[in-house]
Design a protein around this ligand. Sequence first.
Ligand SMILES: Nc1nc2c(ncn2[C@@H]2O[C@H](COP(=O)(O)OP(=O)(O)OP(=O)(O)O)[C@@H](O)[C@H]2O)c(=O)[nH]1
Length: 263
Amino acid sequence: MSSHKSVRSVVASDRVITAFTPAYDSSATPYQKLNFHPIVKSACSENRTGRVGLKIAKAVLVGDVSVGKTCLVNRFCHDVFDREYKATIGVDFEIEKFTVLSVPITLQIWDTAGQERFKCIASSYYRGAQIVIVAFDLTDEKTLHHTETWMSEACATADDPVKFLVGTKKDLLSPSDYSKMEQKAINVAHKLEAEFWATSSKTGECVQDFFFRAMCLSFDDMLLKELESYNSTSKQIGNNLIRVQKSQSDLYEKRNKRVHCCS
Ligand SMILES: Nc1nc2c(ncn2[C@@H]2O[C@H](COP(=O)(O)OP(=O)(O)OP(=O)(O)O)[C@@H](O)[C@H]2O)c(=O)[nH]1
């Protein structure tokens, strides 16, 4: 297992999210929200974000061999592109610190190997992911056909994730070849109930927007769940308190009745 970690103690200014990043194509996404949930926005502005500020959003990146998964991560995390192919051995990971609506949150990106012989190792890292990214090569249609299997395997142990279908190597296609491929990819994305993106790690096209979008959707989901669980716990504590108060007042009433009878 190889790994090159980049843990930044201070959030870089280009990792500060103050507005909701839109979808690549509003007709190619199941996620139709255009902004952070109002409850999320007010919780952030009033500093009521519970444990979310301490949380890590886990993303797993899967797909066929050599579709460009490592290049996608390297373009986003280090702003570099390597034209030489070096196979990922097992799994690799990167950590990026963000601030979303002034709340600190860490994104952990697990870059898995596409080679069949590493599948067993790589799949053990899918568990608990809040973001599943299935990558395919826009210049190689058979890699698109395999995305259904990748998605179902990665989602099997993920945590109700936001799902993405990401086409890579857009720089290698002519506009007309791209639009033919895009339509096929959007059809697959609908089937997978995933959001479609097309990127180029060589030119950097849409790479940062894609990861920002993933962060926005997952942050919104995580904070809503956190606030819901906080509210239901408070409600339960409230109900228990009412029950205790009621049984205390019943006891008091019974004792008063007894005192009254005896006298
Ligand atoms: N032109 C172009 N080439 C790319 C792009 N992304 C990746 N490549 C090339 O595709 C090859 C494979 O890229 P990787 O990122 O190593 O592929 P991978 O999916 O991580 O491969 P595995 O680790 O084996 O699963 C490399 O030679 C890259 O230079 C891109 O956006 N444009």
